[in-house]
Ligand binder design. Structure first.
Ligand SMILES: [Mg+2]
Length: 177
């Protein structure tokens, strides 16, 4: 079913966000990155950032690639994670709805084709990106366990990925190639 691919197929399958380097982003023509928080940057129940996250944010910063956290998490969670590190963020983004994405791109002054969304969920991160014409990298969840609200999405996601897998569309790679 082509419609499944149009809605849910990520542009890339990458193991971990840190595999996506500033060099490869530039090579692909991306000027900005929107990234999910829970189970993409850290596990959903980890309150704080860490060395790997900070190093990656710094590297993008130094390469003048814009980076913003776009999370469905509530203000308290997302601000407590982001503000100590001075990360730019949008909380309560309501992905897959487009508002958070368009807000982020407008703030950065970039077009959808210059932007990459990185996230661990097909039903929110990938679907939302496709709706606004943004490429997406699906990453493996940091932790096998999810917040309760994510469980139904994960079930549907597993059916979709099974379908993609059958068609040979699931290609996990080292980076966005
Ligand atoms: Mg997530």
């Amino acid at each position: 079913m082509k419609i499944l691919e149009d809605l849910f197929l990520p542009t890339y399958f990458v193991n971990h966000f840190s595999d996506i380097t500033p060099e490869v982003l530039k090579e692909k023509g991306y000027k900005a990155v929107m990234i999910d928080l829970d189970n993409t940057l850290v596990a959903y129940d980890e309150a704080n950032s860490n060395e790997v996250v900070n190093t990656w944010f710094n590297a993008l910063d130094e390469s003048e690639i814009k980076i913003m956290i776009v999370s469905n998490g509530k203000y308290d969670r997302v601000s407590a994670f982001s503000e100590p590190e001075e990360f730019i963020y949008i909380d309560s983004a309501r992905k897959p709805f487009s508002k958070g994405f368009t807000k982020a791109m407008r703030a950065f002054g970039v077009y959808p084709h210059e932007t990459l969304m990185i996230g661990d969920q097909v039903m929110t991160d990938v679907l939302g990106s496709r709706r606004v014409g943004v490429d997406s990298a699906l990453v493996r969840p940091i932790k096998d366990k999810d917040a309760l609200a994510t469980k139904l999405n994960r079930f549907i996601e597993s059916l979709i990925l099974k379908q993609f897998n059958r068609k040979g569309l699931v290609n996990w790679r080292e980076t966005i190639e």
